[in-house]
Design a binder for this molecule. Structure first.
Ligand SMILES: C[S@@+](CC[C@H](N)C(=O)[O-])C[C@H]1O[C@@H](n2cnc3c(N)ncnc32)[C@H](O)[C@@H]1O
Length: 208
């Protein structure tokens, strides 16, 4: 099953089934991105919109896109705001967003499905205004090394589906940020409250 089909099937239950990765990312965004009032924000791979709700509440504008129409449909149900625009787009294709037109690009829990992260970060750099910020939060490489991968139980077949995933080390993320042109790259490890051995998420904040 390819990534688009998988998320189209997962969309209906994505929000309701317990998912510590999703829940921690929700907290991280609201902890790390507090100064978003009045900003123009682009959210790549917005999924069912758990972070879109937060961005749309404070931003001047939110442009949010995703590959899966079913995930996007859930996001549209959550956010009914005139400043928010949701559209289908593949992050691996040139983003249909004007250059130097936004203040923040947020990419959450999607890059594990993307082989070439350099292209993605180049696109983020292109659309950001000078001093604009890139925020990334992903399943931690140490967690991936222990075998963690996005997975869900498909309702139709009742089988567990593991999604297509690629490994990116901290160094890979840093190099991709630098070669796109980003500076002031800050990485943070985020842990579950109950397990402090291996971080669950890695966040990256960088400036154009
Ligand atoms: C784990 S979900 C995360 C959704 C949301 N960012 C969040 O934090 O809840 C990953 C999302 O990435 C989207 N995605 C995967 N590959 C993509 C691609 N090539 N282009 C755009 N979106 C993609 C999926 O459809 C899915 O909605």
């Amino acid at each position: 099953m390819n990534t688009k089909e998988a998320y189209n099937n997962w969309a209906e239950t994505y929000d309701s089934v317990e998912n510590p990765t999703r829940s921690l990312d929700e907290k991280v965004v609201r902890t790390e991105l507090i100064d978003i009032t009045g900003k123009d924000i682009v959210e790549a791979g917005c999924g069912t919109g758990k972070n879109s709700v937060y961005f749309a509440k404070y931003a001047k504008s939110l442009q949010a896109f995703d590959l899966s129409e079913n995930m996007l449909a859930e996001a549209r149900k959550k956010v009914n705001s005139p400043n928010a625009d949701f559209f289908i787009h593949d992050i691996t294709k040139t983003w249909s967003i004007e250059g130097e037109s936004c203040d923040l690009v947020s990419i959450n829990l999607i890059l594990e499905h993307i082989e070439n992260i350099n292209f993605v970060l180049q696109q983020a750099f292109r659309i950001l205004r000078k001093k604009g910020r890139l925020f990334i939060c992903e399943l931690h490489p140490s967690k991936q090394e222990k075998g963690s991968v996005a997975r869900f139980t498909d309702d139709k077949s009742n089988k567990e589906i593991k999604l297509v995933s690629f490994f990116h080390s901290k160094k890979d993320f840093e190099n991709a940020c630098k070669s796109a042109g980003f500076i002031n790259i800050i990485m943070k490890d985020w842990f579950d409250e109950t397990n402090e051995d291996i971080p669950r998420l890695l966040s990256i904040l960088a400036v154009k």
